[in-house]
Design a protein around this ligand. Structure first.
Ligand SMILES: C[S@@+](CC[C@H](N)C(=O)[O-])C[C@H]1O[C@@H](n2cnc3c(N)ncnc32)[C@H](O)[C@@H]1O
Length: 345
């Protein structure tokens, strides 16, 4: 492990080197080293390349593994063998709390976009187009593998916030929930599994729907029969439902787009409905509390015209679309996400 920083220079240096740590961990994950060590036990870099299919230069691989071992991702012994740890397990494909896809994307496309942060801050414009040649969602449409990886990354990092929605939101009197921008449908699927009279609609971009349907093919037939995937544009229209749920959607967009989307939900809402957004709520101005949401906000800035919002900003959005917030509950996930529940005002 790195020694504890004490001087201001050491503290700042460790923070700045965080980008290198992130890229190094992403690289070994993209090479599938965590999976190989979990399967075959401790190995040298040469054995990993010669016997276990890791496609890398052995000397360079040994050096990235050594760096990873210094931050606890792998063990390292005096024979030059690297072994799995509880941290590397999170980077494997079959971990129940896998961060593999998310970590891979961090070091791939997202790393490229983040190189534009300086320009984003100078110009007030997101930089996906400058870095990828097109906006991020268009890039996903043009690259189905990116779209699938992104969907998987979102799903695998949703476990805690999803559990919080199941525990904290009551759907016992609801017959139709619409998960807008629902990705692989993971949230809607867990909800219909918990409530046997509930039906779910998952609305997402048409290009994502066949990928999502492939990923849910192994769900039981009752669950599948109560989930409908619809391809469409949420800014044009949303399907009718009693409850609209949107997880990590509002933070992707500017205020005008968010109000349009919330108004679409308002217009189509049936009965005494609710709108539930699962997203970060930033602490108010002057509160320097540490939350991952403050850096997720920078991710939104550099990627897309989105942002994280304070409670005051959330209230303004809901009110502009004809809703009022009735509760805000933290999910205690690793992104600082809360559940913002509202009803028609
Ligand atoms: C940040 S992801 C969130 C996915 C999912 N709700 C979750 O939290 O795991 C945003 C989702 O919005 C979808 N999306 C983007 N633009 C959309 C649009 N115009 N209409 C419908 N869905 C859209 C994306 O395909 C993606 O699945």
């Amino acid at each position: 492990m790195q020694k504890e920083a004490t001087s201001p220079q050491e503290i700042v240096m460790q923070m700045v080197m965080g980008a290198w740590v992130s890229q190094t961990i992403s690289t070994v994950t993209r090479l599938n080293v965590p999976d190989a060590l979990k399967l075959h036990g401790p190995q040298t870099a040469i054995a990993l390349t010669q016997r276990y299919g890791i496609n890398a230069d052995p000397e360079f691989l040994q050096r990235v593994l050594r760096a990873c071992a210094s931050v606890g991702i792998f063990t390292e012994d005096a024979d030059g063998k690297f072994g799995p740890t509880v941290l590397s397990d999170v980077l494997t494909s079959d971990s129940t709390v896998s961060l593999k896809k998310l970590t891979e994307i961090f070091g791939g496309t997202w790393w490229r976009i983040w190189t534009g942060l300086f320009d984003a801050v100078r110009t007030g414009q997101p930089q996906a187009k400058a870095q990828l040649g097109m906006e991020y969602w268009d890039y996903c449409k043009a690259n189905p593998q990116e779209m699938e990886d992104f969907g998987e990354a979102m799903k695998s990092n949703s476990l805690s916030s999803l559990k919080a929605v199941l525990e904290q939101c009551d759907f016992s009197d609801v017959s139709q929930v619409a998960d807008i921008g629902g990705g692989f449908g993971h949230l809607a699927i867990e909800l219909v599994k918990k409530y046997d009279r509930l039906n779910g609609i998952v609305l997402d971009m048409p290009e994502l729907i066949p990928i999502a349907q492939k990923h849910v093919a192994n769900e039981d037939s009752d669950t599948i029969s109560r989930i409908k995937f619809i391809g469409g544009d949420m800014f044009e229209d949303v399907p009718p439902a009693n409850v609209y749920i949107m997880k990590h959607i509002i933070h992707d967009w500017d205020d005008t787009s968010c109000i349009k989307l919330l108004k679409n939900c308002h217009a189509r809402m049936e009965g005494n409905g609710r709108v539930i957004c699962v997203d970060a709520v930033l602490p108010p101005v002057g509160n320097t509390g540490s939350t991952p949401a403050k850096f997720l906000d920078i991710d939104m800035m550099v990627f897309i015209p989105g942002k994280e919002r304070t409670e005051e900003q959330w209230n303004a959005l809901y009110n502009a679309a004809g809703f009022k917030i009735v509760s805000i509950k933290p999910t205690h996930d690793n992104l600082g996400t809360s559940i913002v529940e509202g009803i028609k005002s």
